[in-house]
Ligand binder design. Structure first.
Ligand code: SF4
Length: 465
């Protein structure tokens, strides 16, 4: 659905496991929500590297035969949703290159704000790029480094890029992971017996029976080889800006992200929303699935019963043929269906994580009213989104974000709901233990990695004009 925020990528890497590729496959399967456009796995047996990439869902790309060809005890994988590059097979990661240290593979979650500038500089210098992705810039910087050791080459490279990155890197015998100094995107360390895992969310550890150990620290480079885990502080981290949207929407509720249980934080969002924006109603429903947990928090705090009033069809794929234009709200109907017996003639609280353009919510409300809902009270588990994200989340331009040009009252009228309340910034900050260590730029426009002049202009001047 065009009106939805999307995470860019999921990462999973494992060192020292006889079935490395198979475990990466399972990890990527658990991280499918972080990218559904394509996936790739690269493995190594100490001598050679092997790769298999494809378009579509992880379960569509891999089978026992293709996984059987990915030999070795070391592997990394990546789930992708199209970002700065085009959605083609050449842009599916991990990227695999030959450089002076031999084969090297890289998988990236995030977005570099100075990638274009760096790329232009290197092209002037004679570099040839094989993809349109910002991630390739990092590989070029590593390959061009004059440092003698591979870990120092990586440190040299990451110090030259700005923006959001959680990285997995792999040589023929080493697994490495790095996080940007603000820690914008997640990356954690897990263990399964003698094997070490690096991944975006802990739900990918659970699927293979591994244990969560800790987060990779902001600015840290973790090197895993036969000697164990070595930690290098690649960049100084004086402030943090972890993406608060990982808790609101992106991460799975059964994950530990940024060292916190997502379910716990997401439930608190609903509790605070109910406490500060009460309403007289008979039923609380979620817009499934991302709002299920926060709706439970809302119901618990308000005392209004939670019901499964909207059923989501989970099988609407990327290439789904949309119903005829003439079928009003057809795109929403294929995804959600209201349960008439629960909703008819009721005063209903609808809990959702966020509103982007507002077009999907407008259709959903129209569908609920047609079902016989008497009153619709919309409660949103985030402040209004007024600014785009440049740190790895797919968001429309500022002028398309409804809250950037309409007041809450106007949005209420546009959506045709009986009441509309958002979480305040203060409420949002209250659900985490260390609120000063989070990014809130899509709500308040305070970008912690400075934007380039053209981007700043596009966000703050052209929209204002
Ligand atoms: S701008 Fe919003 S979505 Fe992007 S990193 Fe910051 S909090 Fe997350």
């Amino acid at each position: 659905m065009a009106d939805q925020l999307r995470e860019y990528c999921g990462l999973f890497g494992i060192h020292n496991h006889p079935n490395a590729a198979r475990n990466v496959f399972l990890g990527l399967y658990a991280l499918q929500h972080r990218g559904q456009e394509g996936a790739g796995i690269v493995s190594a047996d100490g001598v050679r590297t092997y790769g298999h990439h494809g378009m579509g869902l992880v379960s569509q790309i891999y089978n026992p035969e293709s996984l059987g060809k990915l030999h070795g005890s070391l592997a990394i994988g990546h789930n992708r949703y199209s970002t700065t590059g085009q959605p083609t097979l050449t842009n599916i990661q991990p990227l695999l290159v030959d450089c002076k240290i031999g084969k090297m593979a890289l998988a990236h979650n995030g977005n570099l704000v100075n990638a274009l500038e760096k790329r232009k500089e290197m092209e002037q210098d004679g570099s040839i790029f094989a993809t349109t992705m910002d991630s390739e810039v990092i590989l070029h910087l590593i390959a061009r480094s004059q440092e003698p050791r591979v870990e120092d080459m990586i440190v040299d490279a990451v110090r030259q890029v700005n923006g959001a990155y959680s990285l997995l890197l792999m040589t023929k015998d080493r697994l490495m992971g790095a996080r940007d100094p603000l820690g914008l995107r997640p990356l954690c360390v897990g263990r399964l017996g003698e094997s070490v895992i690096l991944t975006s969310e802990s739900c990918a550890l659970d699927i293979i029976g591994a244990e969560y150990v800790r987060d990779v620290k902001p600015g840290e480079l973790v090197v895993v080889d036969e000697r164990g885990i070595t930690s290098i502080q690649a960049e100084e981290s004086t402030a943090q800006a972890k993406c608060i949207f990982e808790f609101i929407y992106f991460s799975r509720p059964d994950s530990i992200v940024f060292g916190e249980n997502v379910d716990k934080v997401r439930r608190k969002l609903g509790v605070v929303l109910a406490r500060n924006h009460p309403v007289s109603a008979e039923v609380v429903i979620a817009v499934p699935d991302s709002s299920n947990t926060s709706s439970l928090g809302f119901a618990q705090e308000s005392g209004i019963p939670f019901e499964l009033g909207l059923i989501r069809n989970h099988y609407v794929g990327r290439t789904f043929i949309q119903p005829e234009q003439s079928l009003r709200d057809g795109d929403v109907r294929v995804k959600f269906n209201p349960v008439r017996g629960i909703l008819n003639r009721k005063r209903v609280v609808v809990v959702d994580d966020s509103i982007v353009r507002g077009s999907t919510m407008k259709k959903l409300v129209r569908m609920l009213r047609k079902t016989g809902v008497k009153e619709v009270h919309l409660r949103i588990c985030s402040p209004p989104i007024r600014f785009p994200c440049f740190y790895g989340i797919d968001m429309p331009e500022r002028r398309e974000l409804i809250a950037s040009f309409q007041s809450v009252g106007e949005i209420q009228e546009y959506l045709n709901v009986d009441s509309l309340e958002y979480l305040s910034m203060e409420d949002l900050r209250s659900v985490v233990d260390d609120p000063e260590n989070f990014c809130y730029a899509c709500f308040n426009g305070q970008y912690q990695v400075p934007l380039s002049t053209p981007l700043r202009k596009a966000v703050f001047e052209e929209t204002a004009a």
